[in-house]
Write a protein that binds this ligand. Sequence first.
Ligand SMILES: Cc1cc2nc3c(=O)[nH]c(=O)nc-3n(C[C@H](O)[C@H](O)[C@H](O)COP(=O)(O)O)c2cc1C
Length: 206
Amino acid sequence: MPTLLHLDSSPLENSISRELTREFVKIWKTAHPDGTVIDRDLTVQPPKPLDAAWVSSAYTPEAARTPEQKAALAVSDELIAELEQADEYIVGVAMHNFSIPSVLKLWIDQIARRGRTFDYDETGVRGLLQGKKATIVIASGGVYELGTPAGAMNFVEPYLKALLGFLGVTDAKFVTASGASQVMQGKVDRGTFLQPALEQVRRVAA
Ligand SMILES: Cc1cc2nc3c(=O)[nH]c(=O)nc-3n(C[C@H](O)[C@H](O)[C@H](O)COP(=O)(O)O)c2cc1C
């Protein structure tokens, strides 16, 4: 039975990235009537920032962890279990200050764990989330075409691509809805703006 992990990180209710991930989930459910969707809205209960207890627990071998150390990793364990359980991920990302929303960074810090989602061997780093598919939907106010001066300020897609690859998720597709500020300013109708990204999302989800 296929499982989809659905993550959202925009703080806004009428968010563009949320509308696109919702559409992805709708199409995915039609394509996988027997599938399961795990919804994880990172703004509802944002993961806590890493602290000293988390770091020392994560780097203590599992068998040697005290009950307190195990408790310090409980949220991380739960979030990693969702990634392991799912075959596919859909992630909604709002560009904030040229980067990702802070709740998404908090989630990444919880799930990037040596021995669980990545490891090192004699050949170097090895991502442990093998055989997964990811679709990342990014909404931004501006347009960040590669090769333009603005493109150099887009730290969202390159960062997430690098991170996913590091964790072993090499089958990652990116759908961008850039230029959303035109919608906010009333220069472009929301439906018209969303159309190309919606079509892309529908294609990928099916
Ligand atoms: C706090 C904040 C910071 C933002 N920073 C940027 C930015 O650095 N670059 C940009 O192009 N748009 C920026 N925007 C605009 C958003 O990327 C845009 O509104 C996008 O639609 C957000 O995704 P969402 O609709 O899913 O929330 C920012 C918006 C907010 C609220």
